[in-house]
Design a binder for this molecule. Structure first.
Ligand SMILES: NC(=O)c1ccc[n+]([C@@H]2O[C@H](COP(=O)([O-])OP(=O)(O)OC[C@H]3O[C@@H](n4cnc5c(N)ncnc54)[C@H](OP(=O)(O)O)[C@@H]3O)[C@@H](O)[C@H]2O)c1
Length: 273
């Protein structure tokens, strides 16, 4: 028998028009029989705390948080999971009671689950990450925990340096400079720059090989510029971030409802559209 939730769930972001999260959560809801309502809500910049506390005072029980509010959600949370505390970034909120909103970060476990599904990751890999924003903060801990060496290449070098300072007690993490990279090429390249950034060469070709895996955290019905570049240079192992999106949503769903939904069907459906 279906269980009807009297509470609502939401995505908070700005902008939120491109988001696939409502579709994914509607699918999880139907599949598990936990009939919650999930809506994307555009939060005006500078008003996160005020708007979100009002929504939690009404009937919102849980939420996903996307750019640019993951840092604000971290400060907004009254209690944090260990992984959100280390990341200092929150993408999942859960109302525990009237006095307590729990903040979690499921981006890292979401990415790792998808890399495992794709067979794109092994212990001790050398990984180049392009970008040093909120999403990268969320994914570093599980990758470092696998013993991977991580090199960050970012437009603003000081942002990459700050991430290295934040995470270097958890494993091998460096700002990318040719002289500190001792191996011949990377095992995995992850693009975590904002959507639609175009580059003639995202990575110098001397740093990759025919065996390198390429993962774009971005996703779109069309090819992203990074995936287009991968096609241009003719590499074999390439994926966009739709699987990460589905897995991070599934782990949020688990946090809210104690049920882990099936993910393959929705990944395949969204990949085809
Ligand atoms: N698949 C998923 O589930 C998932 C989850 C999370 C995020 N994402 C996607 O991942 C992307 C990054 O998210 P985020 O939250 O980390 O965003 P963010 O905090 O805004 O960070 C953006 C990053 O892109 C860089 N950047 C922006 N404009 C650039 C330019 N013109 N040239 C070079 N670099 C530029 C920034 O560099 P500076 O430091 O120099 O500003 C920063 O490193 C977004 O597109 C988001 O949709 C996907």
């Amino acid at each position: 028998m279906c269980k009807l939730e009297k509470f609502n769930y939401a995505l908070f972001g700005n902008p939120i028009d491109h988001s696939q999260s409502p579709k994914i959560h509607d699918f999880f809801s139907i599949q598990t029989g936990i009939l919650h309502i999930y809506k994307a809500i555009n939060i005006p910049l500078g008003q996160f705390s005020l708007e979100v506390s009002n929504l939690f005072k009404k009937n919102v029980k849980g939420a996903n948080v996307t750019a640019p509010f993951k840092k604000e959600a971290y400060f907004f949370s009254s209690k944090l999971t260990k992984r959100a505390n280390i990341a200092q970034s929150v993408n999942t909120l859960k109302k525990v009671n009237d006095k307590c909103i729990l903040g979690d970060n499921t981006d890292g476990i979401g990415l790792l689950s998808d890399l495992i599904r794709l067979k794109f990751i092994k212990k001790n890999f050398s990984i180049l990450i392009l970008g040093a924003g909120g999403a990268v903060k969320g994914v570093l801990l599980p990758l470092l925990s696998l013993g991977c060496s991580i090199y960050i290449l970012n437009r603003t070098v000081s942002n990459a340096e700050n991430l290295v300072k934040q995470f270097n007690t958890y494993g091998k993490i460096f700002v990318f400079e040719k002289k500190v990279f001792k191996k011949q090429n990377f095992d995995l390249v992850i693009n975590a720059m904002s959507r639609n950034i175009k580059k003639k060469n995202f990575v110098p070709l001397s740093l990759i090989s025919a065996k390198t895996f390429f993962y774009d955290m971005n996703y779109s019905t069309e090819n992203t510029p990074f995936i287009d570049w991968c096609s241009r240079i003719g590499v074999d192992f390439v994926s966009n971030g739709i699987g990460m999106l589905v897995f991070q949503a599934a782990y949020s769903f688990l946090e809210w409802h104690n049920v882990f939904p099936e993910t393959n069907y929705i990944i395949n459906t969204l990949s085809r559209n």
